[in-house]
Design a protein around this ligand. Sequence first.
Ligand code: SF4
Ligand code: SF4
Length: 369
Amino acid sequence: MAKVTIPADQQAEHFQISPDYVRISMAAAIELGLKPGRIERAACDCINLLQNYPEGCYANCTYCGLARERPGMPEDNTFIRVGWPLYSTDLIAEKIAEREAKKEVGRVCVSQVQDHRANADMMEIIRRVHEKAPQVPIAALVSATLLNEAKLIEIRDAGVDIIGIGLDGATEEIFDEARGKKTRGPHKWDYHWEIIRMARKMFGPMNVNCHVIVGLGETDRDLFNLFFQLREEQIAGYLFAFNPEPGTATQDLPRQPLDRHRRVQLVKYLIENYELSPAAITYNEAGGLSKLDAPETMLDEAINSGLPFMTNGCPDRHGVMACNRPYGSYRPSEEYRDYPFVPNAEDVTIIRGQMRLDEVWAKSISAAQ
Ligand code: SF4
Ligand code: SF4
């Protein structure tokens, strides 16, 4: 990325930066009436905010449009494919309060980037939103690299009830390649886990989540092992779909085939909701799912509910999933990767066709007979 020559302490005079300005997801901007448009088949129940600095982010994750070594200026960049418009934090806080007065806002999420100002600015953004809309639950999507125990306490005391952590890579090797030492980035796998477990102790079961990207080169075994571990530790795992971002180091890496994504979604759901055991899964030599040994009734119930294929995200104040991120994993004209609403019977028929479950499951029936 082009180097910004204006020193940090003078940047507020030249750029619209945090904490006075924040980026907002396009879906949330539409929901708050800041942008025209309509979200197909879904409301956007979570207002996702992202810090803004002229340098983007000082980390260097290979797949991210904000990464330090990505070409161009951050203003030209996109983040998870759809533009994130920039507004004054006070205006966004007012709009959140306005919308809350008419119809509950499910949640607000403040995301950090890697920057020396990010901790103080996140606290200030949270303070401004909380002051205007105190009933709205707030999540902090943090950069673990910036945190320690005292900072986590500060975040909790500011009224944040859920911590999200971008682990993104399913294993240490994938993490190192995509975000860690191999990228000359600052992130460390072990320290991420230290902060995840510290937060889990402080915020309680299922109030800490790890974002995990499907499609960074990991195997099904890598993902499923992580899901079993997260279940064990009562930490939520939220799936994201890799999308190649133009200009990033992974711009030519293909997206995952949809059948794989659907099977990963299904197995994750069975692990989390049906106590699926590791013994029910057989892998091929490459670590891919080759056989799923699960009763037909369980599979039918799970698939027909449509729930495994929905976006994974933090809940609202009633425990209902709020962070549904419309257009987060697909473009408006594309098929859904995750559904920001409960898929209906017609959607489930499409999902079944995409998943091609018989390829791994039919063998399981014959093996069980
Ligand atoms: S830390 Fe987050 S924002 Fe920064 S480059 Fe990595 S993924 Fe992007
Ligand atoms: S799931 Fe949504 S609300 Fe929760 S931490 Fe992640 S981005 Fe934020």
